[in-house]
Design a protein around this ligand. Structure first.
Ligand code: BES
Ligand code: ZN
Ligand code: ZN
Length: 501
């Protein structure tokens, strides 16, 4: 990760390969006027020639001809909107991407107008810069693939007090923890399925847990068999790779646990490769199915951050890790399998495997003394069809919990949209021979998946389901989001958790 520091150095005297100046307008005031003077009016000329109006995302670059310390200047428009965290995250990310071809090793970002609220501004800039400079290069040979950018300095207004400066240093520290956790999630998603097996995912969980001080237990096929987690097992038996149930715990220290205290469970779908099983996917649908553990990656990243940010509530993370393959022992269509909570499920499609893994993992989580569950999963193509690739679907059995999660997503800028658990669709999950089937009808696939999951959560337990099939993976870079695994969900889960008491 690049180094980010704060400074009150004058932008004119800042030694950096590129000076980025963020501005809401193109009027010759303050530093814009100072720069124009130093550049002998060259800046005004260029504003006119390139019709630079500082619209949101508009950019203008020029050589500073030795008139200020930095050899290059990049102006980035912020538009007229009020300042908020996502706006600065986008500005920093697009600056990082814009200067890429100049191969700078150092960058400074300054403000043409003092931001109204420095906290969210610094948070946005740092997060945007860290996330936009992420690349998954582990398997690119040669050393030409790393960006040379090493240092970013965020230039604070000269009058910033020592107290404010201290607060901002703390913000930067918190944002770094968050960015690292998002990057952890991206790395897990981007890792190919031949290296990131269920066993490897469990190894990485153990390693991470030891590093940040989480308790961690890993279970394999013998425990799953002993406990009757047969739905989870059914998915795994078609693979030579063993399944793993990963359980990590954050227990707040030094506080006596209140009676009725909230205990949150984050449950992740960790299908490290989804071939579809015997209901095999065509190649075009199978491409990208190494990312079918993005829900697991999101809860993994979230609890990594939570361990360091230390919320007041207790948080558990459960990951059901398995492959969905077509080996000789693979589960079949029409198999009837008894789940951990005692319900019988008729398998009608082996490609609807995520809900089977989650059903048992959530029922198990519910038995570990937790008071609410959030599950995160790349569960259905139908959710992608319904909401598009940038938005997650949310379903819940408790509206105030859903509202809190939606509110968290508004502040982090992750796009999440609630879908209704329509009761009229419940009969489509009926089976002739078992308690229920693992797929519903042709329509409303994201919702029937949600209705299926609901059957495995005790009714009195608050539960919210996030279907991240779309936003967990990006086909192209967009602002702070980079192509490939996005780490979607980490920041909203962390934000939600930090607000709980
Ligand atoms: N992992 C897929 C869902 C998915 C699709 C995630 C595209 C990301 C991108 C899931 O296991 C699956 O195959 N779901 C089926 C369900 C169907 C058989 C009811 C689907 O969406 O087609
Ligand atoms: Zn599937
Ligand atoms: Zn899947």
């Amino acid at each position: 990760m690049i180094t980010i520091q704060l400074s009150t150095q004058s932008p004119y005297r800042m030694e950096a390969d590129v000076l980025v100046l963020l501005t809401h307008h193109a009027r010759k005031q303050g530093i814009l006027r100072g720069l124009d003077k130093r550049l002998d009016g060259h800046l005004s000329d260029q504003f006119q020639r390139e019709e630079f109006e500082a619209k949101d995302g508009q950019k203008l670059s020029c050589n500073t001809l030795g008139k200020i310390e930095a050899p290059r200047l990049l102006l980035v428009g912020l538009g007229e909107k009020d300042d908020d965290m996502p706006q600065f995250r986008k500005a920093a990310a697009s600056s990082i991407r814009a200067v890429k071809n100049w191969k700078p090793t150092s960058l400074a970002i300054a403000f043409a107008q003092s931001p109204k609220n420095l906290g969210p501004t610094i948070e946005g800039l740092a997060l945007g810069a860290w996330l936009a400079s992420y690349h998954f290069n582990h398997y690119k040979s040669g050393d030409n693939h790393d960006s040379p950018l090493k240092d970013l300095t965020l230039l604070l207004p000269a009058r910033t007090s020592a107290a404010v400066r201290n607060d901002l240093e703390a913000t930067l520290h918190r944002v770094r923890i968050l960015a690292e956790s998002i990057i952890t999630a991206r790395d897990l998603v981007n890792e190919p399925p031949n290296t990131l097996t269920p066993t490897e995912l469990a190894n990485r969980a153990e390693e991470m847990a030891a590093k940040v001080g989480l308790e961690c237990d890993i279970f394999g096929p013998s425990e799953l068999r002993e406990w009757g987690m047969n739905l989870f097992l059914a998915v795994s038996v078609g693979s030579v790779e063993e399944p793993r149930l990963i359980h990590m715990r954050y227990i707040p220290k030094g506080r006596r646990k209140r009676k009725n205290a909230k205990v949150l469970a984050l449950v992740g779908k960790g299908v490290t490769f989804d071939s579809g099983g015997l209901s095999i996917k065509p190649t075009s649908g199978m491409v990208g199915m190494h990312a079918d553990m993005a829900g697991a990656a999101a809860v993994f990243g979230a609890i990594q951050a939570i361990a360091q940010l230390k919320p007041t509530i207790e948080v558990h993370c459960f990951i059901g890790a398995t492959e969905n393959m077509t080996g000789a022992a693979a589960y079949r269509i029409n198999d009837i399998v008894k789940g951990y909570n005692g319900k019988f499920v008729e398998i009608k499609n082996t490609d609807a495997e995520g809900r089977l893994v989650l059903a048992d993992t959530m029922a198990y989580a519910a038995n570990q003394g937790v008071t609410e569950i959030i599950d995160v999963a790349t569960l259905t193509g139908a959710c992608l069809v319904a909401l598009g690739p940038w938005t997650a679907g949310l379903m819940s059995n408790q509206q105030s919990m859903a509202d809190n999660l939606l509110e968290a997503s508004h502040s982090t800028g992750e796009s999440i949209w609630q879908l209704p658990l329509i009761e009229e669709l419940r009969p489509t999950l009926k089976s002739h021979t078992a308690d229920l089937a693992n797929v519903g009808g042709r329509y409303g696939g994201a919702i029937t998946a949600g209705l299926f999951l609901r059957e495995f959560v005790p009714e009195d337990l608050h539960w919210t389901h996030l279907d991240i099939a779309g936003p967990s993976f990006a086909d192209k870079d967009l602002h702070h989001i980079s192509k490939g695994g996005t780490g979607f969900g980490v920041t909203t889960l962390v934000q939600y958790t930090m607000k709980q008491k």
